[in-house]
Design a protein around this ligand. Structure first.
Ligand SMILES: Nc1ncnc2c1ncn2[C@@H]1O[C@H](COP(=O)(O)OP(=O)(O)OP(=O)(O)O)[C@@H](O)[C@H]1O
Length: 288
């Protein structure tokens, strides 16, 4: 892995209790490099989203989730901390799969978080909104209609607006949960270009189902299987010289250009004696 870790998980276990107990993460210890883009990959149900959400305690929205272990964030610990949760989630932002604008103008979609978290003059807010919209390559498309509703934009533009909204509260880390999977190919490419430029300034941790996307974008790759960490490596080593047999099988099984689950939909990551339907209770989009 490159650079100093921005985040480090230490022996993270997450279980979901209920009719059956599901071990979603089993002793995961992994570093996420600073100012790099790390892709979390693995078959369906292997714990990718759980790992992503446990990094800023979003999985706690699901009341049946139990966790042990720790996440280290600089000098802070994410679980043993007096830091208020909203402040932690400001620093470690989450961008969901489904882009959902706030029911307000394009301008206020970006300005909403800063208005809550900070004390900005109108001029400072104007500058911040422009800066964030430029960072996501949306400014030129919306500069002359900032008062239009955010919902009036295309889905791809809304996803970039949501990214701008996340950036407006000045996070250090962005957790991106399959942020291109709901988009058409051209919009997905634009979001990929945006992520590519953002990783110069932010630490990005991204769940993806697309091996191609991981190859294109990732500096580092974390591969999970059955809730366990199989391999974490820089992307070149991961794809060209994988260390673990399971990684070799997974990469060769998916060829060079497939969706991770297309070739074997039965290859669920849930532990065999623990398989169950996902509760499907995605948290409501995080509104800064
Ligand atoms: N709230 C919940 N209650 C019970 N089980 C859950 C819950 N959320 C997730 N699980 C289970 O935990 C395991 C890991 O789920 P998770 O969503 O983290 O996997 P994933 O790799 O992101 O899956 P996918 O690629 O299909 O999105 C799965 O077996 C899933 O069914």
């Amino acid at each position: 892995m490159n650079n100093q870790p921005a985040l480090r998980t230490d022996n993270l276990d997450v279980t979901y209790t209920g009719n059956r107990t599901v071990t979603a993460l089993d002793g995961v210890s992994v570093d996420f490099a600073e100012n790099a883009l790390t892709a979390i990959i693995g078959p369906s149900g292997c714990g990718k989203s759980t790992l992503l959400k446990s990094l800023n305690r979003l999985h706690e929205i699901q009341p049946n989730a139990e966790i042990s272990g720790e996440v280290h964030f600089g000098d802070q610990t994410v679980y043993n901390t007096d830091e208020p949760l909203p402040e932690l989630r400001r620093q470690i932002g989450y961008v969901p799969q489904t882009p959902t604008p706030l029911p307000m103008s394009i301008y206020n979609n970006v300005a909403y978080g800063p208005k809550i978290h900070g004390d900005y003059s109108r001029k400072e807010l104007d500058d911040l909104v422009e800066t964030c919209l430029r960072k996501v390559n949306l400014w030129d498309e919306v500069a002359d209609r900032l008062d239009d509703p955010g919902a009036a934009l295309s889905t791809g533009q809304i996803q970039r607006l949501c990214l701008a909204r996340s950036l407006a509260v000045e996070p250090e880390i962005l957790l991106c949960d399959e942020v291109t999977s709901a988009l058409d190919p051209i919009s997905a490419e634009q979001v990929e270009e945006t992520l590519e430029s953002l990783k110069e300034e932010y630490t990005i941790i991204m769940v993806t189902h697309s091996m191609d996307q991981a190859r294109r974008l990732a500096d580092d790759v974390v591969f999970l299987y059955l809730g366990e960490l199989v391999e974490a490596n820089d992307a070149r080593t991961f794809f060209e010289n994988p260390q673990a047999d399971r990684t070799k099988e997974f990469i060769s099984g998916h060829g060079a250009s497939t969706h991770l689950e297309e070739s074997d939909s039965s290859d669920s990551g849930a532990k065999p004696d623990e398989q169950q339907e996902s509760a499907g209770d995605e948290p409501a989009p995080v509104q800064q």
